[in-house]
Write a protein that binds this ligand. Structure first.
Ligand code: TYD
Length: 238
């Protein structure tokens, strides 16, 4: 499906901001690495980053969130911590990289909070929206790729991955939940995509890796002319 692609945010902002979303085991990090390799070979400056985390302050909060240490204090507390981490990440890492004309590939961003805390965490949308506004201060992704596959398959992949890596770590706070909850999240991501077709694309992740990678590249390629040359970007940032 080919669509005309318009920049979703301020056309004047240099760089290109692409977020990757989806359930557990959807293959986001593998696909981000593959895309980054291709873009770098074409001469682009690429930053790979992730949430929760991606900046020193946010990485400090990551462990608290994923270990489940914050769970006892309720979903509002968790949502606030995700937002605090996001704000640090945006202001310390993402915005400066974009101003330098980089392509930023981010593993999870605002839609994960909308889905995990908002939909399956049952937080009221006004609260989530307020946190989002404060956390990102206008910095929305130009493109969001939602990697979609049945929850059961994603969870099986995630378990295989941790077995293969020899990890004895227990599933994190969010992986532990039931298949129904994961399936609800899948639907919530699809609903976000349906409600924002300019920013979001759904990628069928239930295919072999190379095919998914080609699909992703075909979604990103039309946006590459929007990436300002670094020199240009610096000029605009002055
Ligand atoms: P992580 O180990 O980074 O892995 P993956 O992206 O491969 O699942 O786990 C991040 C977890 O945090 C994941 O279960 C989703 C959750 N999360 C939220 O609940 N809200 C958020 O805003 C973000 C960014 C992540």
């Amino acid at each position: 499906m080919t669509k005309s692609v318009e920049p979703t945010s301020e056309a004047a902002r240099p760089g290109l901001f692409v977020s990757f979303e989806g359930g557990e085991g959807a293959g986001k990090s593998t696909q981000i690495r593959r895309l980054a390799d291709i873009l770098r070979k074409r001469g682009h400056q690429v930053l790979i980053t992730r949430e929760p985390g991606g900046s020193a302050g946010a990485e400090a909060v990551r462990h608290v969130l994923l270990s489940g240490a914050a769970e006892a204090y309720g979903v509002r507390m968790e949502a606030l911590l995700f937002a605090a981490a996001r704000n640090d990440h945006v202001e310390e890492v993402i915005r400066p990289a974009l101003l330098r004309g980089m392509i930023v590939l981010c593993d999870r961003f605002i839609d994960s909070s909308r889905v995990y805390q908002g939909i399956t965490g049952n937080l009221e949308s006004a609260f989530i929206e307020a946190l989002e506004r404060i956390a990102i201060d206008g910095l929305k992704p130009d493109l969001t790729l939602i990697l979609d596959l049945p929850a059961e398959k994603g969870l099986a992949r995630a378990q295989r991955r941790s077995a293969e890596s020899g990890s004895t770590a227990a599933p994190d706070r969010f992986e532990k939940e039931t298949v129904d909850v994961h399936e609800m999240r899948r639907q919530a991501f699809l609903d976000i995509a349906a409600g924002d077709e300019v920013r979001c694309r759904v990628i069928d992740a239930d295919r072999i890796e190379a095919i998914v990678a080609a699909d992703i590249l075909s979604q990103v390629e039309p946006m590459l002319p929007l990436v300002a040359e670094p020199a240009d970007a610096l000029e605009k940032a002055r």
